[in-house]
Unconditional design. Structure first.
Length: 401
């Protein structure tokens, strides 16, 4: 069975839009997503530049697919949010089945599979210095795994689901958990070096948590109480803490992994918006209001900010919007990644997106059904994408340019 490949042409099969987007169907294009062309009016959803490129008709082409976690048709809304790590010609990947597998990137064959204590929803990280892969599980256990045979070298039992990508330093590795905790472990042995905790706010918070970001001898992390903190990487001592909650006292979560650029640390609060702070002391340099910002990523010359409420925006390093793309009903977006002339990311309810990074034009959406909450893993050198769909199927795609 061939997976759906949908792109922005008049022959593409439409999907249901929100009322605001459906009103733009009169532009004459039946798209997976609403693209506002100049003749459509003000372009409130998509502010495009005049820059244009020629692209192949099929920007994304499927190479192979492999079922990692089989779901039945009766499973109404499955989710698989794990992202793998590349180790030479194999991909190491976890799943909610409570398994970690190695997959041959050439043909999709599963080389080995080992059980772990809980489901895996986070991103794996390969440590080339020690030849081991790190990943965490939903039950709070963090693992170091031999990528050649799947043997677990050591494990550490913590508190709270581990769903973010760990950071690796010269001797220590760092991970965060849904329990508002940062843990530093000795990479060679898994022995805990230090731990930092913050109290969870009362009431509800947004699902998910920020990953750590290492910058020199400082580790930055965000928390559900709306604070971004800077910790000493060796000892865990608090260097500074800054609230990004603005005037709100609800849904103040800092769930986006911080971004470092020059002397700035950039992070977002769900209700407070996007902040650029001085990395050395946490002083605010600029702020931009974005409701529901959950994912940020730095490109070569700009930032990309994703929000399920406001879609995707390209933002200059000075905090000015360069373009915006409204992505109706795409669900939660993963942090966008620049690859050649493209911008690539997943939508929890809509599949894999490929945009023109200069202006945000949607070029193609790979939608095998049931959406993709997992971030794609991109091998830029080989122009390959590996992404786990919510259906439990792993796809290998070629990116053409």
């Amino acid at each position: 069975m061939t997976a759906w490949l949908r792109w922005a042409t008049s022959s593409a099969q439409p999907m249901a839009f929100s009322g605001r987007l459906a009103a733009r169907a009169g532009c004459g294009l039946s798209l997976l997503l609403a693209l506002c062309l100049p003749s459509c009016g003000s372009g409130a959803l998509h502010r495009a530049t005049e820059e244009r490129h020629e692209y192949p008709a099929g920007v994304v082409q499927m190479r192979w697919r492999t079922v990692i976690h089989p779901y039945s048709a009766s499973d109404a809304q499955p989710e698989e949010c794990a992202t793998g790590a590349l180790v030479d010609s194999r991909l190491i990947l976890g799943s909610r089945a409570g398994q970690v597998a190695a997959v041959d990137t050439g043909n999709g064959r599963v080389l080995w599979s080992v059980p772990v204590a809980g489901g895996v929803d986070g991103e794996a990280r390969f440590d080339s210095a020690r030849a081991q892969v790190y990943l965490g599980s939903d039950d709070g256990v963090f693992y170091a795994i031999n990528p050649q045979d799947g043997k677990i070298r050591w494990s550490y039992r913590g508190k709270g689901a581990v769903e973010s990508r760990p950071e690796v330093g010269p001797a220590l590795l760092y991970f965060t958990s849904a329990a508002n905790r940062v843990v530093a472990l000795e990479a060679a042995t898994g022995k805990r070096r230090w731990q930092y905790d913050r109290e969870a706010p009362e009431g509800f918070s947004i699902h998910g948590h920020a990953g750590p970001r290492l910058g020199g001898d400082i580790l930055y992390a965000g928390f559900d109480d709306g604070y971004l903190v800077a910790l000493g990487a060796e000892t865990g001592e608090l260097r500074w803490a800054r609230s990004l909650a603005a005037a709100s006292d609800q849904f103040v979560d800092v769930d986006s992994t911080p971004v470092l650029r020059d002397d700035l640390v950039i992070a977002a609060s769900y209700s407070g918006g996007l902040y650029a702070l001085r990395a050395k002391d946490g002083e605010q340099v600029w702020r931009m209001g974005v409701e529901g910002a959950v994912a940020i990523r730095a490109g070569a010359s700009r930032l990309y900010v994703a929000s399920p409420r406001e879609g995707l925006a390209a933002v200059s390093m000075q905090g000015r919007i360069e373009w915006r793309q409204g992505l109706a009903q795409a669900g939660d977006l993963t942090p966008p990644q620049e690859v050649g002339p493209y911008l690539v990311f997943s939508g929890g309810r809509a599949g894999l997106f490929v945009l023109e990074r200069s202006n945000g034009q949607v070029l193609q959406v790979f939608d095998p059904g049931r959406g993709m909450c997992a971030a794609p893993l991109i091998d830029a050198e080989r122009r390959e994408i590996y992404v786990l769909a919510n259906s439990g199927t792993l796809y290998a795609l070629s990116l053409i340019w």
